[in-house]
Write a protein that binds this ligand. Structure first.
Ligand code: SF4
Length: 379
C-alpha cells in the first residue's frame, strides 16, 4: 500500500492522501444445495441469513409474537420457537399467522408436536428423525413435511450424541458429530426426503469448527452455523465470532445463529455484526476509533460515547474513523468515508481520503453528524 503520513499543519483543504483501498475477499463460498425456508433461501448463492430463537413460553402467543417482531426489526431473517409441550403445539398456528418472518418449530422427541407444527405451516422443523421413535412415526413426519415442502434441520450437539457413537469415538469428536448428523440424514434419505440442513454445534469452538469443516468437505448440504450455549453476552459474542467467523471466512456456512444468555435482539445484532465484519452483509454505520495511547491529543472516549449515542439507529452504510493523534491518524482517517485525525485542540476532517477542513475539538461530534447527514452511499 502506498501512502504518506502528512504533518497536520501542512495539510490544506482539498489535499488528498494517496491511499489505495484494496478489496479483500473471504474464502470462495462452498456450493451447497439450496433450501427454501418460508421464502428465505438458504444455500446456493443466497445471502447468509441470521436466525435467533424466542425465549418466551411458546404458549404465550402475545409475548412470543412481540419478541419475534422485535427480532425482525433488528434484522432477523428466520425465527425458531420451541414446541415442547401440548400448549405450545396448540399455540404454534397462531404464532405462524402473526409472525412477520418465517417460523421454525424446534422439536425434540415428540412426533405429534412435529405433525401439529407442520399442519400449522411452519417454515422449517428442527428435528432429528432418529429421536422420534418408530419407523411409522418417522414416515408420518417426513411424508407430511414433504407434502408441504417444509425442510428439516438436523441439529447435532456435542453434548447429546447417541450413546453408541460416543462409545465408538470415546468422546465427542468432529468425526462423531459428523457420523451422528449423517445417521439422521440417512434416515431421511431412506424415506426419499432430501430437503435438509445440518448443524453440528458444540460449546467447544475448535470442535465445532472441525465438525463443520468435515460436513462441508463431504456433503453439499446447507449448513446452519452456531456455537451452542455460547454463554453470557461478552464471552458468547467472542466465542461465536471466532467459531462462526472462522468458518464464514473459509466460505463455509449458509445461515447463522448466535446463542447468548441475553435477549434475541442482542443475538441478531451480534450475528449481523459478524457478517458485516466479513462484508457478507450490508453495513450500517461502522464506527472506528484508535485504542488511544500516550500520544492522544483529545478526549477520544468522550467523543466516541457521544457519537455512539447520537448515531444509534441510523441506517446508512458509512464508515467513520476517529483517530487520536497525527502519527497514525491521517493514514487511517483517510481510509474511511468520514475521518477525523485529531491534533492538539484541532482536528482534520477527511471525506473519502480528501482533506476537507480543520475542526476545533469542541466541534468534532457535530461536524461528523453533519457529514453523516450529507453522506451519499455508492449505489
Ligand atoms: Fe495512539 Fe495516535 Fe494510534 Fe491513537 S492514533 S493509538 S493516539 S498513536
Amino acid at each position: 500500500m502506498d501512502f504518506t503520513i502528512p504533518v497536520l499543519n501542512n495539510l490544506d483543504q482539498g489535499d488528498t492522501l494517496a491511499v489505495k483501498h484494496p478489496t479483500y475477499k473471504v474464502g470462495v463460498r462452498r456450493k451447497a444445495r439450496e433450501v427454501n425456508i418460508g421464502g428465505i433461501k438458504v444455500g446456493g448463492n443466497a445471502p447468509i441469513s441470521v436466525q435467533t430463537m424466542t425465549k418466551t413460553k411458546t404458549s404465550d402467543v402475545e409475548g412470543t409474537v412481540r419478541q419475534i417482531r422485535q427480532a425482525a426489526d433488528a434484522g432477523c431473517d428466520i425465527i425458531r420457537v420451541t414446541v415442547n409441550d401440548r400448549e405450545a403445539a396448540e399455540a404454534i398456528a397462531e404464532i405462524v399467522k402473526q409472525s412477520p418472518i418465517p417460523v421454525v418449530a424446534d422439536i425434540h422427541f415428540n412426533h405429534i408436536f412435529a405433525l401439529k407444527s407442520i399442519e400449522a405451516n411452519v417454515a422449517k422443523v428442527r428435528l432429528n428423525p432418529g429421536n422420534i421413535g418408530s419407523k411409522d412415526r418417522i414416515r408420518q413426519v417426513l411424508t407430511a413435511a414433504k407434502e408441504r415442502s417444509i425442510p428439516i434441520r438436523i441439529g447435532v450437539n456435542s453434548g447429546s450424541l447417541e450413546e453408541d457413537i460416543l462409545e465408538k469415538h470415546g468422546y465427542p469428536t468432529a468425526e462423531a458429530l459428523f457420523e451422528s448428523a449423517m445417521r439422521h440424514v440417512g434416515i431421511c434419505e431412506e424415506f426419499g426426503f432430501n430437503d435438509v440442513i445440518i448443524s453440528v454445534k458444540s460449546t467447544d469452538v475448535r470442535l465445532m469448527i472441525e465438525a463443520y469443516r468435515l460436513v462441508a468437505e463431504r456433503t453439499d448440504i446447507p449448513l446452519h452455523l452456531g456455537v451452542t450455549e455460547a454463554g453470557p453476552t461478552k464471552v458468547g459474542t467472542i466465542k461465536s465470532a471466532v467459531g462462526i467467523g472462522t468458518l464464514l471466512a473459509e466460505g463455509i456456512g449458509d445461515t447463522i445463529r448466535v446463542s447468548l444468555t441475553d435477549d434475541p435482539v442482542k443475538e441478531i445484532e451480534v450475528g449481523k455484526e459478524i457478517l458485516r465484519s466479513l462484508s457478507l452483509a450490508s453495513r450500517n454505520i461502522e464506527l472506528i476509533a484508535c485504542p488511544t495511547c500516550g500520544r492522544l491529543e483529545v478526549d477520544l472516549f468522550g467523543i466516541m460515547a457521544q457519537l455512539e449515542a447520537k448515531l444509534e439507529g441510523i441506517k446508512k452504510p458509512v464508515k467513520i474513523a476517529v483517530l487520536g493523534c497525527v502519527v497514525n491518524g491521517p493514514g487511517e482517517a483517510s481510509e474511511a468515508d468520514i475521518g477525523i485525525a485529531a491534533g492538539k485542540g484541532v482536528a482534520i476532517l477527511y471525506r473519502k481520503g480528501e482533506v476537507i477542513k480543520r475542526v476545533k475539538e469542541s466541534e468534532i461530534v457535530q461536524t461528523i453528524l453533519e457529514e453523516v447527514e450529507k453522506f451519499q452511499p455508492e449505489q
